[in-house]
Design a protein around this ligand. Structure first.
Ligand SMILES: C[S@@+](CC[C@H](N)C(=O)[O-])C[C@H]1O[C@@H](n2cnc3c(N)ncnc32)[C@H](O)[C@@H]1O
Length: 303
C-alpha cells in the first residue's frame, strides 16, 4: 500500500533538488536543531542556578516544545531566538542572551534567503547568464557553500565562488553613517569567524577546491584588486553602510545584465539600506527591489 505523503513522492523529485534540499537542511542545522535547544536548556539552567533534568535534555522536543518550535520558526527567516526571560542566580528577573553559545548553523540567513539564492541560480542557469558568484560577508561560509554546492550539482564548476571577508568580524565603524552600529569583534565576537574555520566548513561538505577563492581583508582593501572578471550573482552581507558601499563600488559594475544583486540586510539595518538607496540613486538604477523576507531583498540587473 502506498504511504500517505505531503506532496510528490521523493522519487518523483529530481535527485539534484533533493541533494540541494539536504544541503540546505545541513547548512541551516535544521536536521539537528534540537541540539541547539539542548544547549540553550543547559546554559539557561546553569545561569539561573536551576536543577538539570536529564529527561528534559534527552526528550527536549517533547518536554520543551515551545522552545524547539520557536527556534525552528526563527530559522525559517534567519531570526535570532536566543534571548530568554529568566531569573539570574540571585533570583532577579533577567533577559539572558545565549546566542554566542547556542547557534550552530553554518549560515545565519535562514531558509527563505537560502531558497532565494537557489531561485536566482536557477534563473542564471536557465538563461545562461555568464559570470562567477560572490558573497561579501560570509561569517561561517554557509551561503557561499550553498552557491558552490549548486554549481557542482549542475556541472557549472567552471564558475568561481568568491568568498570575501575580513575573517575577523566587522570593522569598527569609521563613517558617521554607521554611528551606533559597532559590531566589531570586541562587541560581537560571534561575527568574527576565522578563515581556517570557513575553509574547514567548505571541506566538510566536500566543496573545497580551486573554484573557491577566498579574499581575506577589509572590503576596501581586497575587492577592487580582486581578479574578478564578471559576476552573475553578487550577494552583499556586510551589514554596515561602509561595508555595503565598499562592495558595491568595487563589484557592481562587474555584475552582468541578467545577473542578480542580493542584499541581506536591507530591511534589518538602516545603514545598509541607506548605502543601497544612495548607490541606486547615484547610478540611476531602476530595476525593482524585490523583498525576500523581513530583511533580504534582491534586484535583477537589466543593463
Ligand atoms: C552577518 S555576517 C554574514 C552572514 C553570512 N552571509 C551567512 O551566510 O551567515 C557579516 C560578515 O561580514 C563581514 N564583514 C562586514 N564588514 C566587512 C568589511 N568591511 N570587510 C570585510 N568583512 C566584513 C564580517 O566579518 C562577517 O563575517
Amino acid at each position: 500500500m502506498a504511504a500517505i505523503q505531503d506532496g510528490p513522492a521523493p522519487d518523483a523529485i529530481p535527485l539534484e533538488t533533493r541533494f540541494l534540499r539536504l544541503l540546505k537542511s545541513a547548512l541551516l542545522n535544521d536536521i539537528y536543531i534540537e541540539n541547539e535547544v539542548r544547549f540553550l536548556y543547559l546554559f539557561s539552567t546553569f545561569a539561573g542556578g536551576g536543577r538539570f533534568d536529564d529527561d528534559v535534555f534527552r526528550n527536549i522536543a517533547a518536554r520543551m516544545p515551545d522552545w524547539v518550535g520557536a527556534v525552528r520558526e526563527a530559522r525559517k527567516e534567519g531570526r535570532i531566538w536566543w534571548r530568554v526571560n529568566m531569573a539570574d542566580a540571585q533570583g532577579k528577573p533577567a533577559v539572558m542572551d545565549f546566542r554566542n553559545v547556542c547557534e550552530f548553523s553554518h549560515t545565519m540567513i535562514g531558509r527563505k534567503r537560502v531558497d532565494n539564492i537557489e531561485a536566482c541560480l536557477d534563473a542564471i542557469r536557465a538563461d545562461a547568464i555568464p559570470g562567477d558568484l560572490a558573497e561579501t560577508g560570509v561569517w561561517r561560509g554557509g551561503a557561499a557553500i550553498f552557491m558552490k554546492g549548486y554549481l557542482e550539482t549542475y556541472a557549472m564548476g567552471d564558475r568561481k565562488v568568491w568568498v570575501a571577508d575580513s575573517f575577523e568580524g566587522l570593522p569598527v565603524p569609521s563613517l558617521p553613517q554607521d554611528n551606533d552600529h559597532d559590531f566589531s569583534a570586541a562587541k560581537a565576537p560571534i561575527l568574527a569567524i576565522g578563515l581556517d574555520e570557513v575553509m574547514e566548513n567548505f571541506r566538510r561538505y566536500d566543496l573545497l577546491d580551486d573554484g573557491v577563492k577566498f579574499l581575506k581583508g577589509w572590503f576596501k582593501d581586497t575587492l577592487h584588486a580582486a581578479p574578478i572578471k564578471e559576476l552573475a550573482l553578487l550577494r552583499l552581507d556586510g551589514d554596515l553602510y561602509e561595508s555595503t558601499m565598499d562592495a558595491l563600488q568595487a563589484l557592481y559594475a562587474k555584475v552582468v545584465p541578467g545577473g542578480f544583486v542580493i542584499v541581506d540586510d536591507y530591511g534589518d539595518f538602516e545603514p545598509c539600506r541607506r548605502a543601497i538607496d544612495e548607490f541606486r540613486a547615484t547610478h540611476a538604477i531602476r530595476d525593482p527591489i524585490v523583498p525576500v523576507d523581513w530583511t533580504g531583498v534582491y534586484w535583477r540587473k537589466t543593463d
